[in-house]
Design a protein around this ligand. Structure first.
Ligand SMILES: C[S@@+](CC[C@H](N)C(=O)[O-])C[C@H]1O[C@@H](n2cnc3c(N)ncnc32)[C@H](O)[C@@H]1O
Length: 485
């Protein structure tokens, strides 16, 4: 949002590069769908009661009837490993080499973020030195402030190191991703855009895991959570645990998903950005105390700063202990493209609820996202959505994009077989907002609750006697109650 530009969400680039993770998770011949952060890699410290959030695949289907794949990794026990011959095959596969290169590049971006910013600061300092002596004298406090900024960046850099500390065994199927052998090519250099994504992670931490983000979460996540509770409260047992399965695509740093787990539901987040996945793993699996860490999220924002201290203010996180979850809670995160990971047969009508926040407009083709949401939902299940239509690819000349207006989308949603049960437009929402900045964006988001009904009957192109039409917007034949088994 700096410089009055649209917020640059991480996924703009990640669609190209992080698709990556998607294709690492591709439904390949062995049926592996996702990177996993494994239980072994993140075994809890013995004296710290915690619930590891496992990064799991969405029950991959063996495509083409291939059964018994060894790449299916099941959490909590049946942890199968890749055959050595598959690994050898993989290590010679140029596509996988590219994926590993990408993985390594993201790690390098985190690790060299500080140097990148120092270089920029160096440029500013050199320019300052080139100014007339009198101007330099007048700017003495500004020069001191640049020193303060550098100290903040150093602290951010330390956090980046922590986030990537476990890089070599972050994912359970890490051996497929991580370059254990010498790589044929050096990983590409991080771009400015990659560094911006690291900077965006700090702001995302504020949104999801700090007290400063509470107001933002109240506008974005609270209505979704309240709707879920209204719908599924009655499915909870006396311990507050519910069998209802909720999927959160585009989970970001996982707070919405976490909130839903805390309320007793079975929750899976899905995310395709490795930047987000590294950071969410750190937050969900490595932060054990309230306000254990601090970051300086606004230090890169040099414009529209009212007071110098606003720019170098620290934000403490996490605001709560992410490891405090109900006993036996089921919380996982899949790494991969929503369209691919949830396009398998086992994902069809697999979820009671899909919760999306600032997500559906991340698509090149939003209709494909809507279609996938419909596909994954059980008949009678609900899709709860909050967000604007920023259309993340709209301004990227090298990307394809369609940008249908909300009224057109609404028609499409209904024509797919969704019944719109709640619809509110103009809901003021914020995204990674800097409350002290002289510039702020408010999105007038759409809040939607849609129930999956029967898909409309397709009208055959030629008259055919045996075809009977079914109601296009009928009430679902299966009630939500039916789905709560
Ligand atoms: C604007 S952010 C919103 C994150 C979070 N829901 C929130 O409200 O803070 C959108 C997120 O969706 C992720 N995303 C976009 N397209 C995706 C896809 N096809 N599969 C998985 N994740 C995706 C992005 O990486 C990004 O983290």
């Amino acid at each position: 949002m700096e410089n009055g530009l649209k917020p640059s969400f991480d996924e703009k680039e990640s669609k190209k590069t992080e698709k990556d993770v998607a294709s690492l998770n591709e439904c390949n011949e062995n049926g592996c769908n996702a990177h996993k952060i494994g239980e072994t890699a993140f075994a809890p410290d013995e004296d710290v009661p915690m619930h590891d959030v496992t990064y799991s695949p969405a029950s991959p289907d063996p495509p083409n009837g291939v059964k018994g794949t060894k790449r299916d990794v099941v959490l909590g026990g049946n942890h199968a490993k890749l055959d050595e011959d598959v690994l050898v095959h993989r290590s010679n596969d140029p596509a996988w080499e590219a994926e590993r290169n990408h993985y390594k590049k993201i790690v390098n971006t985190f690790r060299t973020y500080g140097n990148h910013i120092y270089k920029k600061l160096g440029g500013t300092r050199n320019y300052l030195k080139s100014l007339p002596t009198e101007h330099q004298r007048l700017l003495t406090n500004y020069r001191k402030h640049l020193h303060d900024i550098k100290r903040c960046v150093e602290e951010n850099q330390n956090l980046c190191i922590l986030m990537t500390l476990e890089e070599s065994h972050l994912f359970e199927n890490q051996h497929e991703v991580y370059p254990t052998k010498k790589m044929k090519q050096a990983p590409p250099e991080p771009t400015n855009y990659d560094y911006e994504k690291v900077q965006a992670i700090f702001k995302q931490i504020v949104r999801d895991w700090s007290n400063d983000g509470q107001e933002e979460r109240d506008t974005c996540y609270k209505p979704i959570i309240e709707e879920v509770e209204r719908e599924f409260q009655k499915t909870k047992n006396e311990d507050g645990i519910s069998p209802i399965k909720i999927l959160v695509p585009g989970a970001g740093l996982g707070r919405l998903a976490h909130e839903l787990v805390c309320r007793g539901y079975v929750v899976e987040g899905n995310e395709f950005s490795l930047f987000m996945l590294f950071a969410s793993n750190f937050l969900l699996n490595k932060c054990f105390e309230e306000e254990q860490y601090k970051c300086f999220p606004w230090v890169h924002q040099t414009t529209n700063v009212l007071n110098r201290d606003d720019q170098i203010r620290a934000v403490l996180f996490p605001d709560i202990r992410p490891c405090d979850l109900p006993p036996d809670s089921k919380f996982s995160m899949t790494g991969g493209d929503f369209l691919e990971v949830y396009g398998t047969m086992s994902q069809k009508e697999n979820w009671d609820c899909l919760a999306t926040c600032f997500f559906i407009d991340c698509a090149n083709n939003i209709v494909a996202y809507l279609e996938r949401i419909y596909y994954c939902l059980k008949l009678g299940g609900i899709w709860v959505n909050m967000g604007p239509l920023l259309y993340h690819y709209a301004d990227l000349s090298e990307e394809k994009s369609i940008e249908p207006s909300y009224d057109i989308l609404r028609e499409i949603i209904q024509s797919m077989g969704f019944i719109i049960e709640k619809e509110e437009t103009n809901r003021p929402t914020l995204y990674a907002d800097n409350s002290k900045s002289m510039l702020s964006y408010t999105y007038n988001s759409v809040f939607l609750v849609c129930r999956k009904g029967l898909p409309p009957a397709r009208v055959p192109s030629s008259p055919c006697k045996s075809v009977t039409s079914s109601p296009t917007k009928s009430k679902p034949t299966t009630t939500t109650e039916d789905n709560k088994s």
